[in-house]
Design a protein around this ligand. Structure first.
Ligand code: ZN
Length: 356
């Protein structure tokens, strides 16, 4: 298979992805509860502007505005019948910006969770979910994306459904999970599980990783765990880090992310040293932050993987669950929500940057 993402990864040690879609669109007038995907037809010029600002900031990969583009999610906005139209438009808008760039920019078709709980824990079968992902993926391909980018997933079943849905399209596949519950996803997946799942799927996965979650420190710790898992399992998918811009705070009725451009620059270098080769930002990450990450990556000098203490010092506290996993404790207790790991945090440090 011709794999444009694998080719680009051979040319560059680190590829810079983009920043947030949702939180930046809020800044452009999107209201809480609105579907960002409807803007692909209602306000395409605003989506173009956001993509352009990330390309101008130096992104090598931009993600389409199609995170909630399955019929399950669109149905919540009475647009379940508009999957093809909204996803084709999402892809075309991003494609046009990428093709107008002065350097090579890849377009990743963003595919988020269905929002449904899949069998055996919930009512939607893996086959039905896979069909929904395929419907979305076909439209994204038709609109011209280069990559199928499955993100913010929390269950093994949903990874399976999404990968199964997109696999027949013959495009590079990336999936990332949201590690937000003491070193695990909401549905209990560790970083090791995330890599292991890629070995059980009947198709090639170009990159796996983590996005969103609870802040840059936790994402870098997860990349360390992903990297260890890769060595243990003897597989080499590229690793993706797409961290939120610090920790969300509720200020004057609005959710604000507290990460500075400096914090995101440190995060980018640390994520690279931990083994990530595709690095971007998730919620709260503005073009200004992406520009700081571009500079950090351009000036990047390879260094040993950061220690947990270095991560905590520069980016903020690391959960006990992630720490326990790094010390080799993959038991339920090692990453449980109660946080009783084999190795507890001995030196608690205030996260200096995150408190700013
Ligand atoms: Zn996010």
């Amino acid at each position: 298979m011709n794999n444009i993402l694998a080719d680009r990864l051979k040319e560059s040690r680190v590829l810079l992805a983009d920043g947030a879609t949702g939180t930046n669109l809020f800044g452009m007038g999107l209201e809480t509860g609105d579907s960002p995907e409807l803007w692909n037809t209602d306000h395409p010029e605003r989506i173009t502007k956001l993509h352009q600002s990330f390309v101008d900031a130096g992104s090598d990969i931009i993600l389409t505005n199609s995170f909630g583009g399955t019929h399950y999610r669109l149905a919540l906005h009475n647009a379940g019948h508009r999957v093809e139209e909204l996803n084709v438009n999402a892809a075309q808008i991003a494609r046009k910006v990428a093709d107008g760039a002065s350097k090579k920019v890849l377009v990743a078709g963003s595919i988020g969770p269905t929002g449904e709980i899949l069998a055996p824990n919930g009512p939607v079968s893996i086959e039905d979910a896979a069909a929904a992902f395929k419907e979305q993926a076909l439209a994204l391909k038709k609109g011209g994306v280069d990559i199928m980018w499955i993100e913010t997933i929390s269950s093994a079943e949903e990874i399976e459904a999404a990968v199964t849905g997109v696999a027949s399209l013959g495009m590079p596949i990336v999936y990332t999970v949201s590690i937000d519950t003491n070193g695990r996803t909401m549905m209990g997946l560790t970083a090791e599980d995330t890599v292991r799942i890629s070995t059980s799927l009947n198709t090639h996965i170009t990159a796996v990783g983590t996005n969103c979650g609870v802040g840059a420190s936790e994402v870098v710790a997860a990349v360390k765990n992903l990297s260890t898992a890769r060595d243990t399992l003897g597989v080499r998918p590229a690793l993706v880090a797409k961290a939120n811009c610090g920790i969300p705070e509720y200020i004057d009725g609005e959710i604000v992310y507290n990460g500075t451009p400096e914090l995101m620059a440190s995060y980018a270098a640390m994520a690279a040293n931990a083994g990530a080769s595709i690095i971007g930002g998730c919620c709260g990450t503005s073009p200004l932050h992406v520009q700081a990450m571009r500079d950090a990556i351009d000036q990047y000098q390879p260094a040993p993987t950061p220690s947990l203490d270095e991560i905590a010092e520069q980016l903020g506290e690391v959960s006990q669950g992630a720490r326990a996993q790094l010390s080799g404790d993959l038991s339920v207790a090692g990453g449980s929500a109660t946080g009783r790991g084999a190795r507890t945090s001995r030196r608690r440090k205030k996260p200096p940057t995150n408190d700013a």
